[in-house]
Ligand binder design. Structure first.
Ligand code: XMP
Length: 510
């Protein structure tokens, strides 16, 4: 196993992910993790992360210098390399120019860290630093240089200390994985015996320890993240875990039923189904403004959730399915930036209820959560479910949300999903759904004039929902969807396809 000491870089979790991908267990600890604990953990190697600080700053974070006396291989990345240099007697200076972005390095001689990487060709890497090493510590050899970093990599083969100025953990360093592989298997002699199954073995006892005898609630939405959290908690603490599912009446056809089935029959757990269909619709009456809709739904959800959670006595924790990308986003993008859409989740709850937050998926990425979901035996309908917004169909009905409009949209949406699944396209796109527009247009059915509503079809491809492009669906699929909606859904006589990308549009229409 590998210990990663975190000096605050936004890439630290990526280091952990790369190590995990290679089948080696890793743990991230703060940079000042006590030496005793490190010895107890007994890692086969230590990785020092990057940092937003400068090693030359007065308050620069510093690990215990004695980690270099443990006889354990160390890899320093960026700040980690510079700190290693200072501790072991080399020199670092403030660079005149910051080096940020793509760069190429030249590997100078064959060595274990760059083993099997080309010596004669420049290697593409990702740099992000201000300071640079100008004098190697005694015992080190220069392994690679770049234009702006005379020391792009260094190593002391005898003591097994290695440092790279660039970031091998990001995808912009295409051979980064190879470098980690060399460090883990050539240098640290690790074995590749870690999988998401082992993550379960690690997280379940950890959860048990964290919550002790207390009760935990989690908001179950039916999406993969919250479902995994609920099942993990159930495995960890059994009936002390309570999953609350609020039916706001704004879900897709059959969705509430499906979730209920799964968590009462397939994976039975302490499942609280709260039917608040009428309440939500009552509050949405006459509301047209998208932000107002979102606010009303978000606040109601919190009210309902709070009431339900209070019914379960002595709850002390709230579990959430926050993933790693949510963590980085909230660190690096949050701020007073303009609110484009107020996304709703249970974020506002801890301020209203004295609940401690636990986020067991904080270190994981979506694809890792999906693997975990499979290991936990969740059904495919949940594992592969496309993202669905908290405010549900309310933001896919432009204009007022009424029971009749909901019914029209549900029928159209069901057809979209059926056809996407039938064509094996459901899993290949990010989202595919229908939107009900408030305008009416003229059509002709049989020999009769019709004057009915329009359905817009939105199918997008995306990696993370931050940017998206409309899917180039085959014409015959578009044709089938359109024909079926117009023939089968009364009240609709026209279907249009949304060909806008995000940005400048957004995925949802409201
Ligand atoms: P937009 O419309 O902002 O959506 O391009 C990006 C992604 O986020 C989903 N979405 C939400 N998810 N609560 C959520 O949990 C919300 O309030 C919400 N609004 C949008 C949207 O479906 C897309 O995947």
């Amino acid at each position: 196993k590998i210990l990663i000491l975190d000096f605050g870089s936004q890439y630290t979790q990526l280091i952990a992910r790369r190590v995990r991908e290679l089948g080696v267990y890793s743990e991230i600890q703060p940079y000042n993790y006590p030496l005793e604990k490190i010895k107890e953990f007994c890692p086969k190697g230590i990785i020092l992360s990057g940092s937003p600080s400068s090693v030359l700053a007065k308050e620069a974070p510093r690990c215990d210098d004695s980690i270099f006396s443990l006889n354990i291989p160390v890899l320093g990345i960026c700040y980690g390399l510079q700190l290693m240099t200072l501790i072991l007697g080399g020199k670092v200076e403030r660079g005149e120019k910051r080096e940020f972005g793509s760069a190429t390095i030249k590997i100078l001689k064959e060595n274990a860290l760059f083993w099997n990487l080309p010596l004669d060709k420049p290697l593409k890497v990702w740099m992000s630093h201000g300071d640079r090493v100008i004098q190697l510590p005694p015992g080190f050899k220069l392994l690679a240089t770049s234009e702006n970093s005379p020391v792009a990599a260094m190593g002391d083969e005898k003591r097994q200390f290695w440092g790279v100025q660039f970031h091998p953990e990001v995808v912009h360093t295409p051979r980064g994985k190879k470098i980690f592989r060399n460090f883990l298997f050539r240098i640290c002699q690790c074995k590749a015996d870690w999988s998401m199954g082992s993550f379960m073995e690690y997280i379940i006892p950890k959860l048990r320890e964290e919550v002790g005898k207390n009760k935990v609630v989690c908001a179950l939405s039916g999406g993969v993240d919250s479902s995994v959290v609920a099942v993990l908690l159930h495995r960890a603490i059994g009936d002390k875990a309570h999953a609350i599912f609020v039916d706001n009446g704004l879900l897709r056809t059959g969705e509430a039923q499906e979730v209920k089935e799964v968590f009462t029959k397939k994976i039975p757990l302490n499942f609280h189904y709260v039917d608040k269909t009428k309440l939500f619709l009552k509050h949405l009456k006459g509301v047209i403004d998208p932000e107002l809709k979102r606010k009303i739904i978000g606040n109601l959800f919190i009210d309902v959730f709070e009431q339900e959670a209070k019914k379960i006595k002595n709850v002390s924790f709230l579990a959430q399915g926050t993933l790693y990308p949510d963590v980085i986003e909230s660190v690096s993008f949050k701020g007073p930036a303009a609110i484009i859409k107020s996304h709703h989740n249970v974020g506002g709850l801890p301020e209203r209820m004295p609940l401690k937050l636990i986020e067991p998926l904080r270190e994981l990425f979506k694809d890792e959560v999906r693997i975990l979901a499979r290991e936990l035996g969740l059904p495919e309908v949940i594992i592969k479910r496309q993202p669905f917004p908290g405010p549900g169909l309310a933001i896919r009905i432009i204009g007022e949300v009424t029971p009749q409009r909901l019914s029209i949209l549900r029928k159209a949406d069901k057809i979209v999903l059926e056809e996407m699944r039938k064509a094996n396209l459901y899993d290949t796109v990010w989202q595919s759904f229908a939107i009900l527009l408030p305008i009416k247009t003229v059509g002709v059915m049989g020999d009769e004039r019709t004057y009915q509503h329009v359905i817009a079809l939105r199918v997008v491809e995306s990696v993370d929902g931050m940017t998206a492009d409309w899917a180039r669906l085959p014409y015959n699929i578009l044709e089938r969807i359109s024909n079926r909606i117009i023939n089968e859904v009364s009240g609709i006589n026209r279907v249009v396809y949304d060909i806008s990308s995000k940005p400048p549009s957004t995925i949802e229409w409201e």
